[in-house]
Design a protein around this ligand. Structure first.
Ligand code: ZN
Length: 491
């Protein structure tokens, strides 16, 4: 029998009494009455704690969506992405730690949804993209430490209990300049733009995911190890700073699942095949005629090859970490059980935390590559990782001449061993930073006041030797405009 044939109770006409075994179905009129009554129901009193099914109200989730380049405008294959930045983002954009404050760009306001969605190739897009990459980089490293129980907020170098000034970001801070830098004295990141010779289109370094995250890496590491940026450190210390910048770009890409998927598809899960992951700053590299980015993390350089040239030295460290990434990925890969992109994402997360923790644990001044490698070996053992992790770390750095392995590469690493350095910096070796990014070439990290003092003293000695003793009360030398002139005035 069709259910529509069953007579139901009606408000207007209750109808004949149904048999005792018969269960009535509400009529259309009764259902309409019930719906109307429910719409007018007052909400009941809150349920008490004695009712465990009470839903817990969710905390309000602050955050803004942004539109940004995934790599840079030249990596057309993956283009732009919409990303969600958890936390409060205000006009600028700005938050408590980062401020986009370029005088050449009007502050960008969020739309009605609180989002920063702007059109590519506009100053507003550049401000949002640059801010977003800096924010993602800082968040990535904060998470890396939080996961191991260290909730360090990763202060900027100048931060103290009385100075919580944010990092200023200037996407157009270096017009007509083929460079970018992090400046501690100006508390900022500045990005250059230029027209490559023979080309018509201007290249903006702020549009590069890699360059922005690289410079942010310098700022993060300077907050942790302020002495490392000074040019009077041994060459390997400079190499660590430059390598951390490049590795930051790689780790940030690996922290984003869609980039992991693109890398897996591009390489068929073979990380030593050509991939945008290993190519650092593609558009900048293309402008300079390099087809593998400004630098290539997938390289075979050794310490003997690099000498004291900090940029080459950095690639030795970056290259070894990239090899370890590929090794750990191969070890953890299990396509029958797990998605490759997910494994790559997780291996990247472990390795970035490992490198950051090893850098934190390394000496506060003049660290060598071997110092950091030994910390990586110690931490993987403490983390309970399989010995194959330590074998990969030892073998990859041994091939690069960073450490000496007392056993053949096929033998397991003894966790109690502290490895000896392989090729060391020559005693008194001076950093050659000419090929590095703008950060490493800023005068503020060179102790230029000391150099000028030396020149002034040599001049005074020459004058004394040649009878140019001058008036008895010579006026104090004035170092107008020189930021570190105080030490000159003491003479
Ligand atoms: Zn750099």
């Amino acid at each position: 029998m069709d259910s529509r044939d069953i007579p139901g109770p009606s408000l207007a006409d209750p109808g004949p009494a149904a048999p005792v075994s018969y269960v009535p179905t509400p009529s259309a009129a009764y259902r309409a009455h019930r719906k109307a009554a429910q719409l007018l129901d007052e909400p009941g009193p809150p349920r008490g704690a004695e009712q465990p099914s009470t839903p817990v109200p969710l905390p309000f989730a602050f955050g803004a969506r942004v539109l940004m380049w995934k790599q840079d405008p030249s990596v057309a294959e993956i283009g732009t992405r919409k990303a969600f930045l958890p936390g409060i983002v205000l006009d600028g954009p700005r938050d408590a730690r980062i401020v986009s404050g370029d005088p050449g760009i009007a502050p960008v306001s969020p739309n009605a949804f609180g989002d920063f969605i702007t059109a590519p190739d506009t100053p507003q897009f550049d401000a949002v993209h640059t801010f977003a990459v800096v924010r993602q980089t800082l968040t990535m490293y904060q998470r890396a430490l939080s996961k191991v129980g260290d909730d360090m907020p990763l202060p900027w170098q100048w931060n103290s209990s009385v100075d919580t000034a944010p990092l200023q970001v200037y996407p157009y801070g270096l017009p007509n300049t083929m460079n970018a830098f992090y400046s501690r004295s100006q508390c900022c990141l500045k990005f250059g733009d230029f027209v490559p010779s023979g080309q018509a289109e201007r290249v903006f370094t702020c549009r590069s995911f890699d360059i922005v995250s690289h410079e942010t890496g310098h700022a993060v590491l300077d907050g942790l190890k302020p002495a490392w940026l000074n040019a009077d450190n041994p060459p390997q210390t400079g190499g660590l700073h430059e390598a951390f910048g490049d590795l930051t770009a790689i780790f940030l890409a690996l922290s984003q699942l869609d980039q992991c998927e693109a890398i897996i598809a591009q390489t068929k899960a073979r990380l030593h095949d050509k991939t945008f992951l290993a190519d650092i700053a593609e558009q900048f590299g293309l402008a300079l005629g390099a087809s593998t980015g400004l630098r290539n993390a997938d390289n075979d350089l050794t310490l003997t090859d690099a000498g004291s040239e900090v940029h080459a030295l950095s690639q030795v460290f970056t290259g070894a970490v990239y090899d370890i990434l590929a090794d750990l990925f191969a070890l953890e890969r299990d396509p029958a059980l797990l998605d490759d992109a997910m494994v790559l994402h997780d291996v990247g997360a472990y390795l970035r935390a490992l490198v950051l923790r090893a850098l934190v644990a390394a000496p506060d001044s003049a660290p060598t590559y071997a110092d950091v490698v030994n910390q990586m070996l110690r931490l993987t053992a403490e983390d309970g990782k399989p010995v194959t992790y330590r074998n990969a770390i030892r073998n990859r750095f041994a091939v690069r001449e960073v450490v000496e392995s007392p056993v053949p590469p096929t033998e397991d690493h003894d966790a109690r061993l502290v490895l000896e350095p392989g090729v060391r910096d020559r005693p008194g070796a001076v950093q050659d930073r000419r090929a590095c990014c703008g950060t490493m070439n800023l005068a503020e990290y060179y102790d230029v006041a000391h150099v000028l003092d030396g020149e002034a003293q040599a001049l005074a000695r020459w004058c004394a030797e040649h009878g140019r003793t001058g008036p008895a009360a010579a006026p104090e030398p004035v170092a107008d405009g020189w930021p570190q002139g105080e030490s000159l005035r003491r003479r």
